[in-house]
Design a protein around this ligand. Sequence first.
Ligand SMILES: [Fe+2]
Length: 180
Amino acid sequence: MQTSLSELLVAGHNVILKAAKLIETNNRLWETDPPAYKEFVNCLFDFLSVYADEFNHQKGEEILFPAMCKKNDIAGMSIVRELTEHHEDFRQQLQEIRKAFSYQDYFSTHRYLETYIHKLRDHIGAGSDELFPMDDDIFSEEEIEKLYFKCIDKDKELGMILKKDYEEQIKTLNRNETVQ
Ligand SMILES: [Fe+2]
């Protein structure tokens, strides 16, 4: 059975997957409506660096990964290493995408965004399918509960209202005209 901790983290992942879907559905917007595309990408940058990175990746790095490493589980430690490297790659890639966008090179911006979300989907898959079930196995119920409340504290520290705003924003962006 999925624990409260897994549920919380999977819910965050599902919101990020919605943003990934938007990148796919808005794939020609840069040609058909450049001002709308500019606004769309600015919102995405904000979402990816705050919601995906701070609320999600950093929660893993600060709370979950250290707790897993303390367990000295070889499989656990190797997946933690892999996922931490992904986070670094995402941060670097986002800088590259921002650069292309600042030169108004929307063609490259969108191509890079597609590569980014392809990797993000794999990363999220590894978290939801491998890491979280592993956590539910290696931690006791008490430990899971502690980790869960640490995650909630992190959300509070970053801002619960802000978190909700991002979740709502993704739904609003979804109403943008999409061109297949
Ligand atoms: Fe992550």
